[in-house]
Design a protein around this ligand. Structure first.
Ligand SMILES: [Zn+2]
Length: 377
């Protein structure tokens, strides 16, 4: 079928012919239309055509498929400001699919939920892990997933999992020491056990996807998580950066204090020795709490400044306990980053507390499934 946009004559920068299949072009255009619908409460076919650059005929065809798939619906007409007959408005249908999300990042507890594609929680559940690790921890994950699947009342779009540790592109957990998982093909095992699409992502990477999908975060974004340790998810041009060893964002074990406190990783003075929640609370027992938080914020600012300078980021979101982060810590981190990176050619950098609270990883798992199966970020 002829599409409004054709890529068949385009070539890769390397010069070889591009092997785009017609169905890939159609999938791309469906995602383009659906993204526009997710970005607006309602929109007409004419406005979709203007926004996407696709012809009216193509838009009508794509919209017909999305309506048949129950992903969108006609929601009345508008008299609008323009002359002519009223336009039929279209909106996303949030009631036709379920997405199942699992968060394995908390100590001793795994949580999960059944969500709508827009991130509305329809059902929540959890399992206490206690001291379970290895196969016992995997069994608990499988059990929780099965319970959630049984609860779902709509076709399941997919299952998203946010796991601690390093996770490769195939959803294999390379190393998650707290769960004693080493080289566990978590995604593949869950696919075989559940017979549904499953996508496993590192917890911090999932959380940065949630900031973009559900908290209006930009396409270039760092999200720092301060909890037992310190991790980060990095989004560049809307893509999660995985890195060479699937360890991008592991900023917690960068030394920011030469000769500082010993770290379990074997080095001294890692960012985690200042900024993890246990480190902060321990220091606050003996030192002035305000000064501990201010100094931790300055250390965070020192660690982030070269990253901000290198990547030209201006939005940094920090997740974790608000009572520790939202005050002296963020203010001092902001000040150090501004002092060290400001220039005429760069916009101001903003550090802010995440608005997603404890749900960031679960919503990130939802966003991961939505992005893969609907093409919507
Ligand atoms: Zn370390």
């Amino acid at each position: 079928m002829q599409q409004g946009r054709t890529t068949s004559s385009h070539r890769h920068p390397g010069g070889g012919p591009r092997s785009t299949r017609p169905e890939d072009g159609r999938r791309h255009n469906l995602a383009l239309v659906l993204q526009s619908l997710y970005d607006e409460p309602q929109i007409s076919r004419a406005d979709l055509s203007r926004r996407t650059g696709l012809t009216r005929v193509t838009i009508s065809d794509l919209v017909a498929q999305l309506i048949a798939d129950e992903l969108i619906a006609e929601t009345g007409t508008t008299t609008g400001a323009r002359p002519g007959k009223p336009a039929t408005m279209l909106s996303v249908r949030d009631d036709s699919r379920d997405i199942i999300a699992l968060d394995l990042s908390a100590p001793q507890t795994i949580t999960g939920g059944v969500y709508s594609p827009r991130g509305q929680a329809r059902h929540r559940a959890q399992r206490d892990l206690g001291t379970a690790t290895g196969e016992a921890a995997y069994a608990a994950v499988l059990d929780l997933a099965q319970e959630l699947i049984a609860t779902a009342t709509r076709p399941i779009l997919g299952i998203g999992v946010g796991s601690p540790g390093t996770v490769d592109r195939r959803g294999t957990v390379i190393a998650a020491p707290n769960l004693a998982w080493h080289g566990l093909p978590l995604q593949q095992r869950l696919i075989e056990a559940l017979d549904l699409p499953v996508h496993v992502e590192n917890d911090a990477n999932a959380a940065v996807l949630a900031e973009q999908a559900y908290a209006e975060g930009p396409a270039n974004l760092i999200r720092i998580q301060i909890s037992r340790g310190v991790g980060a998810g990095l989004l560049i041009a809307g893509s999660v950066v995985i890195g060479t060893s699937a360890a991008a964002g592991e900023i917690g074990h960068v030394v920011i204090d030469h000769g500082g406190a010993p770290c379990p990783c074997g080095k001294n003075g890692c960012l985690e020795t200042w900024l993890s929640v246990p480190s902060l609370r321990h220091r606050m027992l003996t030192d002035e709490p305000t000064e501990v938080l201010a100094e931790a914020g300055r250390r965070l600012g020192m660690a982030l400044s070269p990253v901000v300078g290198m990547l030209d980021l201006n939005d940094i979101v920090v997740g974790g306990p608000a009572e520790l982060i939202d005050g002296h810590l963020l203010a001092n981190a902001q000040q150090v980053v501004t002092e060290r990176t400001h220039s005429d050619f760069r916009g101001e950098v903003r550090l802010r507390l995440s608005s997603l609270g404890d749900d960031a990883v679960l919503l990130g798992a939802v966003a991961l499934v939505r992005r893969i199966h609907l093409g919507v970020s």
